[in-house]
Ligand binder design. Structure first.
Ligand SMILES: NC(=O)c1ccc[n+]([C@@H]2O[C@H](COP(=O)([O-])OP(=O)(O)OC[C@H]3O[C@@H](n4cnc5c(N)ncnc54)[C@H](O)[C@@H]3O)[C@@H](O)[C@H]2O)c1
Length: 354
């Protein structure tokens, strides 16, 4: 039977998407590491909406409990503060599925403690693998388009091995995620655990941090404040931005698909120059901000666009949310966020024995 999922339960579009079969009414117990982060909180929301029981495990390095506060009354979420660099707590229940999202994703954050980032991608990933093996859980790794580095081919297909500077300022993340893919693949080969690797391209949406330095959040916050919009380089470098609801559909589709034995790109092929994006955000925010140009950081990729042919073929997945629609929702979110008085973190249900 085909299951149908509505794109983004937060609800800006009602587009429907066909994903692979799974028995209906099967409630699973699912671990989401990095569950209090931007992508993780949307994924938890989706999985709870699908009637599963979710443990969100997070060190709160970049995520915040407040991202999950609206799910506290569902009765199906536990939030656990834990760093995956330490072995996962024995008190956790057995899981059917594990999504490993724990890792800071924005350059500002992953470069603030690069050795920690490498530990999360190595020791942390090994701890998650051990847990998946012990539980017989299917494991999905949130990998990244950064494994392609500054790509020499365009668009980027999964068969491309990448162009990464192993000693540059981005290496802790790029090489960390490459190491994680290698470690997970070898671990899966030798133990037989079921592994999924999602190579995620730039994703944006509500619950990004205003201070995380990523391009959409930077531009939206600067436009809303009437500050200069900072474009690094001449702005001709391109990115392809996927709305978070689409991305979450892709993650769930990949986890549920059977017999996937290779990494799969998830992202939106709708490519745009960074300076064009800046102008569009200024318009959508009704802002008077000027665009100013600053030197391009070391190893910043010139071009970025996913080839999503594999995801289309294996998962029947492709993004549905139009760029302007996604940007409007995101700008609205930042308008409320930067205008609002910070609330104290909401207390969530403590972990019990499940
Ligand atoms: N958002 C994107 O555009 C994008 C693109 C490619 C890949 N990804 C990957 O997706 C995942 C989530 O990204 P995001 O954008 O939500 O970032 P995020 O920083 O909002 O979320 C990461 C979460 O992981 C937690 N975390 C970090 N290190 C941890 C550790 N050692 N132990 C436990 N928790 C830890 C953080 O506190 C945070 O809640 C990351 O693995 C990232 O590499 C994201």
């Amino acid at each position: 039977m085909d299951m149908r999922y509505t794109t983004f339960r937060g609800g800006i579009v009602g587009a429907e998407l066909r994903l692979p079969d799974r028995p209906s009414r099967l409630r699973k117990r699912i671990l989401v590491t990095g569950g209090a982060g931007f992508l993780g909180s949307h994924l938890c929301e989706r999985l709870i909406g699908d009637d599963h029981v979710v443990v969100a495990l997070d060190s709160f390095q970049t995520g915040v409990p407040d991202n999950l506060a609206h799910l506290a009354d569902s009765g199906r979420l536990k939030v656990v503060q834990h760093d995956i660099v330490e072995p996962l707590p024995d008190t956790l229940p057995r899981f059917d599925e594990i999504y490993n999202l724990a890792c800071p994703a924005s350059p500002v954050h992953y470069q603030s403690d690069p050795v920690k980032t490498l530990s999360t991608c190595s020791t942390g990933v090994l701890n998650v693998l051990k847990r998946a093996e012990r539980d017989g859980a299917r494991l999905l790794q949130a990998s990244t388009s950064e494994v392609y580095g500054d790509p020499e081919i365009h668009p980027q297909h999964e068969t491309y091995w990448g162009n990464v500077n192993p000693i540059g300022p981005r290496a802790c993340y790029d090489e960390g995620k490459r190491f994680a893919e290698a470690l997970m693949t070898d671990y899966a080969r030798s133990t037989g655990i079921e592994l999924r690797i999602a190579r995620i391209f730039n994703t944006y949406g509500p619950r990004m941090r205003p201070d995380d330095g990523r391009v959409v959040s930077n531009f939206a916050v600067q436009a809303l404040r009437g500050d200069d919009i900072t474009v690094y380089g001449d702005g001709s470098q391109t990115r392809s931005f996927c709305f978070v609801g689409d991305l979450v559909d892709g993650l769930v589709g990949l986890m549920e698909a059977s017999e996937i034995d290779r990494p799969v790109n998830l992202g939106n092929p709708d490519e745009i120059a960074v300076s064009t994006l800046a102008s569009r955000i200024v318009q959508l925010a009704n802002s008077t901000s000027r665009i100013v140009y600053r030197p391009l950081p070391t190893d910043d990729p010139r071009q970025r666009r996913p080839d999503i042919g594999l995801a289309r073929m294996l998962l029947g997945w492709e993004p549905r949310v139009d760029r302007d629609a996604g940007l409007r929702v995101t700008i609205d979110y930042f308008a409320r966020r930067i205008g609002r008085v910070q609330r104290a973190p909401t207390l969530l249900a403590p972990l019990g024995q499940a």
